[in-house]
Write a protein that binds this ligand. Structure first.
Ligand SMILES: Nc1ncnc2c1ncn2[C@@H]1O[C@H](COP(=O)(O)OP(=O)(O)OP(=O)(O)O)[C@@H](O)[C@H]1O
Length: 313
């Protein structure tokens, strides 16, 4: 049961929150929905759930707009914002209320409470819940009708490492059961551990629709830093197509892109050039994500201008 967005756009007055988004979220895998703050993730999720009307384009779940489903709760379970629950009620009463109004058996309430690990506190007032317990309750509500599609907006926000790991495993198991799992985040590193597919947006536009595997591979070019008393000579020897050598402020240091440590070490040895240091640096996923979304970030912090000298393209 896929989620299909086609030319999906949403404007609020002058502000374009979502612009011509076209993507498909497929069942059986976790799809991460990534973008910096204000990219349009929450708006897109609201459009999927029929809580807002698109200015243009369409979005369907299992072939129909959300509102056209006879029992939408059974089709799509969603967690948008935590803490929409009445603080004076217990978790159990809250879920039971939802279940009774949607024809869901009482036994299912116990099941989801158990599944999200709230059994010990199910009879306690929701008002006294921690952020993590509130998120678990929101997820219990989303799963109550055993939906084929699960949509969660920033579910790990504010959670401790144990909670983050729990959500990660839960999402994977929901996908393994054949469900469509669509989860937003602004943390690339978290999505790399949780998702298989990635849809990345910035300023409302699609920036990438890819797999985590491909994103990691394209981001995974190594940069090598080295120190040598003959750095200038080595720099000329390493230059070539697809290879970038930059020198930092220190006259004996170089940074090399496009060559492995072995190739550099071998070239240095062939020419009798001593190396004092040869260190590979992995370009982090977070760096690659920031690079991709740099132009789409609404508020930049002032960054120092890098001082690099390029000797070869
Ligand atoms: N009801 C609204 N009226 C006016 N502007 C809105 C409205 N809802 C969202 N926006 C604007 O649309 C843009 C996208 O917002 P949205 O909340 O969808 O982004 P997001 O990717 O979920 O961001 P975050 O990670 O900060 O939650 C933002 O610039 C936001 O200010």
């Amino acid at each position: 049961m896929s989620i299909e967005a086609r030319g999906l756009s949403k404007r609020y007055g002058e502000k374009t929150a979502v612009e011509e988004l076209t993507f498909t979220v497929r069942p059986g895998t976790v799809t991460g929905f990534l973008g910096p703050n204000g990219a349009g993730k929450s708006t897109t999720m609201r459009l999927i759930l029929g809580l807002d009307r698109p200015t243009a384009g369409t979005v369907t779940v299992a072939g129909r707009p959300y509102a056209a489903h006879r029992a939408p709760l059974r089709e799509v379970g969603a967690l948008l914002e935590a803490r929409s629950t009445h603080g004076g009620r217990s978790a159990y009463k809250h879920l039971l209320g939802l279940a009774l109004t949607h024809g869901i058996p009482r036994s299912r309430v116990d099941e989801v409470i158990e599944a999200v690990g709230l059994t010990g506190v199910a009879k306690k007032r929701v008002g006294g819940f921690s952020l993590g317990m509130g998120q678990r309750l929101g997820i219990a509500a989303a799963l109550l009708a055993d939906p084929a599609t699960v949509i969660l907006d920033e579910p790990v926000n504010g959670l401790d490492p144990e909670g983050v790991r729990w959500i990660r495993n839960l999402l994977k198991s929901l996908a393994a059961e054949g469900r469509t799992v669509f989860v937003s985040s602004h943390l690339m590193s978290e999505m790399a551990l949780t998702a298989e597919q990635l849809i990345i947006i910035g300023r409302g536009r699609l920036l990438a629709d890819t797999t985590v595997h491909d994103f990691v591979r394209s981001a995974g070019r190594d940069e090598i830093s080295l120190r040598s008393p003959e750095a200038a000579r080595l720099r000329d020897l390493l230059a070539g197509p697809g290879i970038t050598v930059t020198s930092d402020d220190a006259p004996d240091s170089l940074r090399v892109n496009g060559l492995g440590a072995e190739a550099i070490g071998r070239t240095a040895a062939e020419h009798g050039i001593p190396l004092f240091e040869l260190t590979p640096h992995r370009v982090s996923l977070e760096d690659a994500f920031m690079e991709l979304t740099r132009d789409a970030v609404e508020h930049h912090a002032a960054a120092p201008v890098p001082h690099h000298q390029e000797v070869a393209a």
